[in-house]
Design a protein around this ligand. Structure first.
Ligand code: MOS
Length: 743
């Protein structure tokens, strides 16, 4: 294999980002730029009865104030569709400021445009609003009796319920049964860069939006539909994105609002959400409850699994993060039933959040598995091994690749699982315990063909392009490696360009599928370009390679040569100079395999954690985490390691810290700030050991990649909760595990 793939190339965008040279969407310099500030509803339900903008309009520097009375109507709101299709992907099917009705607190009710952001902000405080408020529902507990089973969830991609066998009968006959309900606080993504859009109209039908997005093409199609313009009218540029975790996966209101305001004031408009607005503008992980019922034989073999979820969605959309998908296939279980129940509430539509669905669903399953192991009296790892399935239990299809047993084995070695002291242990005031969990994440495939363009210049440098954006995943770096390998060039001579809807359309980078989807297209484009140049050389009477079989020619360091006679050959540059060729270009297209190609598609891993719990204060400190994953081909060991470790620490935050607290009296988030919403920081981070086991996967894509973006999260929180139980004897049924739960 080639040198670049699998190496540890530093991030190609790293230098610009740490030196402050990278340009984010609220930093683009545009002549004549003015600033928009959103004003948000302060009630959760009702309608606006009066809105007085006169004083705001008179304030210094103000160009315009828009409300539902004077903002242009949108042409249409496209249906909810996860952004895997490269098509329109609105975050919710409600678009604000079209009428006076308020559906959730934080809903935009006015836009103030002024010459500076401070003046716009001030003018916003001068708007007088009167509401006729109506009772709101912002907590599950307020409306459990209104729960319903949706026909489909997740933008129509998944059914609201699924079953196999006869779960009720199997549960009744089971020798051992675990029945547990887990509750999850809502979570918010909190990327370091709040979302922002800068909208510039060059003509009545030429709009450029600089947008902080996971999918420039998805933004383009969404704004086109909202504004009633053809996609050719809209260009979306996303130079640098400061994190996302799913908050920029679907396309929310701000790019279209910036565009509408810019069109009406006739100036370029920049709309940057505040930190607080990030809590009501880009979705969140919904409040939810999951009940797991496992029936098993006395030997621990699972005979039945029932998994019911109840969660809060918006008034418009049947959104639930897909928490039932991975648990349904994690272990062999002949009888299964999974049902989503939804309650409509006064919130924005929830959305993807890192390991969307699996982070909570696998938490529930893996904690219940720990309880089952305890009941039967066997080691938790042994229980997993007894229930290992080498085929997808739903379809019976073999896994495209697994590696799960190898992950268990390697994690055990690294952690010292089998030698651990499983008796209650105490060190001073600290109670010590260990826990483990399995990790599963589906191999998400994009819906549409993925395209990339590769161009080689006559000096032997190459530019490779695709519309993907870089929000910290390392995708630009990995694409540079893929292209360098296929073209036989040093990485310094390859430049990857992404972050624009003018470039070949690819999926938004979601579902851990960005790098593999775009990588497959880049691999095909660059391989085809190399083959094209080799064909030209062997066809050229003046080439030393003339007449050679193209299959015997390899490229290294920009030089094409016979594999067995490296002295016979010439460089791309020499061949192109002689043939008066300025450049050569290929558009590569990768069509993902159909979903029903006869394989179960999942990524697997194993997590282990050791915790210390303060016996007096209930404080949980995670001492060690070990995560071993089988993500298929790894393009860049360094960025992959960072992704997996970051995922595990994200799981630590999920276990112990992250919670958005709803105040049901006001219908508002009570801790909508980075100071009050706790995320894991360096001081919380234990010793984290990350490793991978190799699996070869010929099915998923040409590179054999299954992705590393989210699998690191899955199971991490369960391993910690199980370790807390091991240390204290107390089961944890509610996340986050705050200290009062251990007093
Ligand atoms: Mo990722 S949470 O699927 O954007």
């Amino acid at each position: 294999m080639s040198p670049a793939i699998g190496g540890t190339l530093n991030r190609v965008d790293g230098r610009a980002k740490v030196r402050g040279d990278a340009r984010y969407s609220a930093e683009v310099a545009v002549t004549g730029l003015v600033h928009a500030v959103l004003v948000n509803a302060t009630v959760a339900s009702g309608r606006i009865t009066a809105i007085d903008t006169a004083e705001a309009e008179r304030a210094d520097g103000v160009l315009a104030v828009f409300t539902h009375r004077n903002l242009s109507r949108v042409a249409s709101v496209p249906p909810l569709l996860p952004s895997l299709a490269g098509l329109a992907a609105p975050g919710q099917t409600f678009f604000p400021m079209q009428d006076e009705v308020i559906h959730y607190s934080g809903q935009p009710i006015a836009i103030v445009v002024a010459d500076t952001v401070e003046r716009a902000d001030h003018a916003g405080t001068l708007i007088r609003v009167e509401y006729a408020a109506t009772p709101s529902i912002t907590l599950l507990d307020q409306a459990r009796d209104q729960a319903y089973v949706p026909e489909r969830i997740f933008g129509g991609l998944l059914p609201g319920q699924a079953s196999r066998g006869d779960v009720a009968k199997a549960l009744a006959e089971a020798q051992v049964c675990v029945d547990a309900t887990y509750r999850f606080a809502p979570n918010h993504h909190n990327p370091i860069e709040p979302s922002a859009s800068t909208a510039v109209w060059e003509d009545v039908d030429r709009l450029t939006i600089y947008d902080s997005t996971q999918g420039p093409n998805a933004t383009q199609f969404t704004v086109a539909a909202l504004l009633g313009l053809p996609p050719i009218s809209i260009r979306v540029v996303s130079h640098a994105v400061g994190g996302s975790f799913g908050s920029k996966a679907m396309i929310w209101h701000h790019p279209a609002l910036a565009a509408l305001a810019a069109r009406q004031v006739g100036r370029p408009v920049q709309l940057a959400l505040t930190r607080e607005q990030m809590f009501t503008s880009c979705g969140h992980r919904e409040e939810q409850e999951q009940r797991i019922t496992i029936g098993a034989g006395a030997d621990g073999r699972i005979t039945a699994l029932r998994h019911h979820k109840l969660s809060l969605t918006s008034r418009f959309d049947d959104w639930a993060e897909p928490s039932l998908q991975s648990p349904a296939v994690a272990y062999t279980s002949p009888h299964y039933e999974g049902i989503y129940h939804l309650v409509r509430g006064n919130t924005i539509t929830p959305t993807f959040m890192r390991a969307p669905g699996e982070a909570t669903g696998m938490f529930a399953l893996e904690c219940a598995m720990d309880e089952l192991a305890e009941q039967i009296g066997i080691d938790p790892l042994e229980l997993r091994l007894r229930n290992y399935s080498d085929a997808d239990p739903e379809s019976g299809n073999p896994w495209s690749s697994s590696g799960l047993k190898e992950c268990y084995q390697r994690a055990s070695e690294l952690f010292g699982w089998r030698d651990r002291d499983s008796r209650p242990r105490r060190e001073d005031q600290w109670l010590i315990g260990s826990g483990m969990a399995s990790a599963l994440y589906p191999v998400t495939q994009p819906v549409n063909p993925q395209r990339a363009r590769a161009r080689l210049y006559n000096d032997g440098t190459a530019v490779v392009e695709a519309g993907v954006s870089e929000f910290g995943t390392g995708v630009f770096t990995a694409m540079t490696q893929v292209a360098a390998d296929a073209l036989g060039l040093p990485v310094e001579r390859v430049r990857f360009v992404g972050g624009s809807s003018d470039l070949p359309n690819v999926t938004a980078a979601v579902g851990s599928a960005g790098t593999s989807a775009v990588g497959s297209a880049v691999h095909l484009a660059t391989t085809q370009l190399r083959d094209e140049l080799i064909r030209r050389a062997v066809a050229d009477a003046h080439s030393p390679l003339h007449g050679a079989d193209p299959g015997t020619v390899v490229v290294q360091d920009g030089r094409m040569a016979l594999r067995d006679r490296p002295d016979v050959g010439e460089t791309y540059a020499d061949m192109m100079a002689r043939t008066l060729t300025p450049d050569a270009e290929v558009l590569g297209t990768w069509t993902p395999p159909p979903q029903d190609a006869g394989y179960g598609l999942h990524t697997f891993g194993a997590q282990m954690a050791e915790v210390a719990v303060d016996a007096d204060l209930g404080v949980v400190r995670v001492r060690r985490m070990v995560g071993v994953f089988a993500p298929g081909r790894v393009l860049n060991r360094k960025t992959a390691h960072s992704q997996l470790m970051g995922g595990m620490l994200w799981g630590l935050g999920q276990a112990l810290l992250e919670a958005t607290r709803m105040d049901p009296r006001s219908g508002r988030w009570a801790n909508a700030s980075l100071g009050d919403y706790l995320v894991a920081v360096n001081a919380d981070a234990p010793d984290v050991v990350v490793d991978t086991v190799e699996v070869h996967d010929e099915v998923v894509n040409p590179l054999g990649m299954k992705g590393v973006g989210e699998i690191g999260v899955v199971g991490a929180a369960a391993a910690i909760a199980n370790a807390v139980h091991d240390a204290t004897g107390r089961r944890q049924y509610e996340l986050p595990i705050t200290l009062e739960k251990l007093l």
